[in-house]
Design a protein around this ligand. Structure first.
Ligand SMILES: *[C@@H]1O[C@H](CO)[C@@H](O)[C@H](O)[C@H]1NC(C)=O
Ligand SMILES: *[C@@H]1O[C@H](CO)[C@@H](O)[C@H](O)[C@H]1NC(C)=O
Ligand SMILES: *[C@@H]1O[C@H](CO)[C@@H](O)[C@H](O)[C@H]1NC(C)=O
Ligand SMILES: *[C@@H]1O[C@H](CO)[C@@H](O)[C@H](O)[C@H]1NC(C)=O
Ligand SMILES: *[C@@H]1O[C@H](CO)[C@@H](O)[C@H](O)[C@H]1NC(C)=O
Ligand SMILES: *[C@@H]1O[C@H](CO)[C@@H](O)[C@H](O)[C@H]1NC(C)=O
Length: 821
């Protein structure tokens, strides 16, 4: 009786308060959800080379030896596209067959669904799947989810080809559907800029580059291809995109997000979710997306990863929540909570954040997963729980987490069963989460076919995908300064190139590439195994002669040459191109104390500027905007390439040699001094905004002239949108992809000092030389609503200045008055 009572409570929990049990008596809803038991396709994974009698691999076994499979993808393919009118997103309610299934499961089986264990927990010392261990996890402990790839155990087992990965996941699925709870597992992975942990998959520029393109289709297509390559490996869940905005320039993870503007980030996040999930319930070439990190992860007060954040509620609603709202609007299937605390309270167990805000206010219905070890961290790091039982009671009791990413503690479910048996957690709370988890597995088609589709493997690394990645890279390179005709370079000029990242793919990619922190020094570029192009190769393919390159300093900016030799080479050059870089890193490993770069690097620029006549070009390939100091003055041209990754070497070379005109805009504020590290462009109107480069800065090689701004009305009123239009003319010689950003500023706002200006819309179009193109935007009063400290979303009247392309020399503006009603 008790069990039945709790079960009915569970249904109420699952379906919301307004439940009436019409569906329960309808036989068509009680169809049993069952896994079809068939064998996976056979995808041979050719074996590991044995060295003598040694079965256990040595540390850092080279990729070529570990997985010798070379991909041979089809150059072209077609897969179904996201189609709005055919789309079936996640449901608001749990399906009846899922509820029935939850009802029939034992408590141990349910608890097992709530744990996610790291891949390193079932690899043998030979680098292969250890069947004894995986069977123990699935059959005995009933674990329902795994994560990551096999190369993140100190880099020991290296990168799997999609074939080898599919062989691994298919073998595991076969065990999962025959043993334990007989439920397919779901595997999550950080496929964040391409399926970056799968050998040969197309590597895209990092998200900050995608934001710089101001082309939302790039966010969609990069995510679509990432999803396909991920699914080819038998993986159904990508931990992306980041909806955190760039708030503190020191923070090590800003390259993973879409810049500092909430609107731009929201548009990119929306399209990224659509790309990952496609026609969610029908399209078997896609995966579940996971928007992260909920919430306010990106604003540590001291810029260091996982450190405290203090954000008032109205500021949270104004700037931080909008990109998350866009993800939920796009139907994102899962969310990941953020490390640490907001306003002193642990996020993972917060009722205010994870139940009231995420579930009740933002209406998120899908699966919520913790970040790495966060429940355990309450005990071992945060000191906010006495023991693991206490941490779980707090987390499940008050928050709304469904899956605990508990990488190396497969005993997690045992704690849950014990707590339920001791009446410390109601079984209904467990059923609530398990219902959402099984619904996710069902929606992804795992109950129909949990195995990898060999047809998808043939598309991994396809030429058509690589061409797109190269195009995204081209569209993401920002030209910030260009004086005295420094750029483009001419092939007949004598150019000296300086910097360690000229001859490296890994220094173009950043972290989350091959390994969490990028390839190790020992692996170097070998790990790319021919996938990608360095800047050096790109330049030589254009100039058709061997490059004049000196490394000069190492990736940390430390002198690596006799600078007299470098100076002698520079004295013979017409132009010297410096590449500043940064070693791949993220999270705590990427913490820095200052945005200053090593003085050795600055000194070399200084020397070249003082003792040679060469023009200086500075190219930045960095994780974040490090301070340029005097190099900014010495450089005739400055290019910010950020992290364009494996196909970015060619894109940078082509840009430098004028093969195309650059078209990107800075998606964040580039600071001039350390104290500006938390300055975003939407400062209050009267406060200082004097960065090195403003948000939105960037131009091409062409002279683009803007017309006056046209508006189809003289007042802006609620319910009466105003059309804003402008014509851009290309007076240059190259065709120009031109992003036009419409900013607007409310010049007076009673009580609340308005922001300097804010992006309200943007569009990007191609303008051929000599021709003009019209851009049209919509201005509405909703764009000027803001959150008061009482958490009202209100509109105050005032004059509005519309500014097209603020921060650039060719900006134009026009005023309109906005009424409250
Ligand atoms: C995995 O590869 C091995 C070795 O080629 C093969 O014997 C096995 O059948 C494959 N398993 C699956 C599930 O594809
Ligand atoms: C989108 O789906 C609708 C409804 O199924 C269909 O009529 C239409 O042809 C599809 N559009 C494309 C471009 O596939
Ligand atoms: C596989 O796991 C079992 C149980 O933990 C262990 O005894 C065995 O040595 C492992 N095999 C390899 C190759 O690591
Ligand atoms: C935007 O990107 C898509 C591909 O992602 C491309 O087809 C389209 O031409 C791009 N638009 C512009 C204006 O660059
Ligand atoms: C949940 O939060 C409330 C305060 O809002 C607190 O009193 C209670 O102890 C918490 N419950 C658990 C299980 O931690
Ligand atoms: C201006 O254009 C917008 C968008 O097309 C339209 O909704 C609005 O009615 C127009 N206003 C006037 C006064 O024509």
């Amino acid at each position: 009786m008790r069990y039945l009572g709790l079960y009915h409570f569970a249904i109420l929990y699952l379906q919301g308060a307004s439940i009436h049990c019409v569906k329960c008596s309808n036989p068509s809803f009680s169809k049993r959800l069952r896994v079809k038991n068939f064998t996976p396709p056979n995808i041979p994974a050719i074996g590991i080379k044995k060295i003598g009698d040694v079965t256990c691999l040595p540390d850092r076994y080279l990729i070529q030896d570990y997985d010798p499979i070379k991909l041979n993808p089809k150059p072209q393919y077609t897969i179904s596209d996201y189609n709005k009118s055919d789309y079936v997103g996640p449901n608001a309610k749990i399906d009846q067959d899922v509820i029935d299934m939850v009802q029939k499961m034992s408590l141990e089986e349910k608890a097992g669904q709530m744990a996610q264990i790291h891949a390193g927990m079932f690899l043998g010392c030979d680098g292969l799947l250890n069947i004894t261990q995986i069977e123990y996890l699935i059959d005995t402990l009933k674990i329902g989810s795994f994560l990551d790839h096999t190369a993140n155990q100190g880099g020991r087992w290296n990168i799997n080809s999609p074939q080898r990965f599919a062989n691994l996941t298919n073998t595991i699925q076969q065990i999962a559907i025959n043993k334990g709870a007989k439920i397919p597992i779901i595997w999550g992975i950080d496929s964040v800029h391409g399926a970056n942990y799968i050998k040969g998959a197309t590597l895209f520029p990092q998200p900050t580059n995608i934001a710089a393109t101001f082309n939302v289709s790039h966010a969609y297509h990069a995510s679509r291809i990432t999803a396909k390559d991920t699914r080819a490996a038998g993986i159904h869940w990508a931990f992306a995109p980041l909806a955190d905005i760039n708030q503190n320039k020191l923070w090590s993870r800003n390259f993973e997000n879409f810049g500092e503007d909430p609107y731009l980030a929201g548009e990119m996040v929306y399209n990224s979710v659509k790309g990952y999930q496609g026609n969610y319930k029908k399209d078997r070439t896609r995966v579940a997306a996971c928007v992260k990190h909920f919430i306010a992860y990106s604003n540590p007060y001291n810029g260091k990863d996982q450190e405290p954040r203090y954000v008032s509620e109205n500021v949270l609603f104004e700037y931080i929540l909008p990109p998350f709202q866009k993800a939920i609007e796009a139907g994102v299937a899962t969310t990941m909570e953020a490390y640490g605390a907001l306003n002193n309270q642990d996020i993972v167990s917060s009722k205010a954040l994870l139940r009231k805000l995420l579930r009740d206010t933002l209406n998120f219905k899908g699966v919520l997963v913790t970040d790495w070890d966060e429940i355990e961290s309450k005990v071992f790091k945060h000191h906010s729980a006495f023991n693991l039982e206490d941490a779980i009671v707090q987390t499940l009791g008050n928050g709304s987490v469904d899956i605990s990413m508990t990488p190396s503690n497969p005993k997690f479910p045992e704690y849950i069963t014990k707590l339920v048996r001791n009446n410390e957690i109601p079984v209904a709370r467990i059923d609530e989460s398990v219902g959402r988890i099984l619904q996710l597995k069902k929606d992804l088609g795992l109950f129909d076919n949990p195995f990898s589709d060999p047809g998808l493997i043939d598309t991994v690394g396809s030429l058509q995908d690589k061409e797109l990645a190269a195009q995204v890279a081209r569209d993401s390179i920002i030209l910030l300064k260009n004086e005295r005709g420094a750029l483009p370079l001419q092939t007949n000029e004598n150019v000296l190139f300086i910097g360690p990242n000229v001859n490296s793919i890994r220094y173009l990619c950043g972290a989350w590439t091959m390994h969490w922190q990028g390839p190790s020094d020992l692996e170097g570029d070998d790990i790319y195994d021919g996938y990608g192009t360095t800047i050096l190769q790109g330049i030589e393919s254009i100039t058709k002669k061997s490059i004049n390159w000196i490394q000069g300093y190492d990736i940390n900016g430390v002198k690596a040459h006799d600078y007299d030799d470098v100076l002698r080479a520079a004295q013979k050059a017409d132009k010297v191109v410096f590449f500043f870089g940064e070693k791949p890193s993220t999270e705590i490993a990427g913490n820095i104390n200052t945005l200053n770069i090593n003085p050795d690097q600055q000194n070399l620029v200084d020397l070249v500027s003082k003792y040679t006549k060469a023009q200086i070009v500075l190219v930045l390939v960095q994780n974040r905007p490090l301070l340029l100091e005097k190099s900014s003055k010495y450089a005739d041209a400055i290019v910010n390439a950020m992290l364009p990754c494996a196909h970015g070497g060619l894109a940078i070379a082509e840009m430098l040699y004028g093969k195309y005109s650059p078209s990107a805009r800075l998606p964040y504020t580039y600071p001039k001094y350390d104290y500006q590290s938390s300055v975003a462009y939407y400062r209050p109107i009267w406060n200082e905004y004097e960065p090195e480069f403003a948000f939105g800065a960037g131009f091409g090689y062409n002279d683009i002239k803007y017309s006056e701004i046209r508006m189809n009305d003289t007042r802006l009123k609620p319910g009466k949108p105003v059309e804003v239009s402008i014509t851009a003319t290309n007076n240059g010689k190259l065709s120009q992809l031109e992003p036009v950003i419409m900013f607007a500023m409310q010049a007076v706002r009673r009580e609340y000092s308005p922001e300097r200006y804010k992006v309200r819309a943007f569009d990007k179009k191609l303008i051929e030389p000599g021709s003009s193109v019209e851009y049209k935007f919509i201005l509405t009063t909703d764009q000027f609503k803001f959150w008061t400290v009482e958490l009202n979303h209100v509109l105050f009247e005032g004059p509005i200045e519309v500014i097209i392309n603020a921060g650039n020399p060719n900006q134009v503006n026009k005023w309109i008055y906005m009424d409250e009603n």
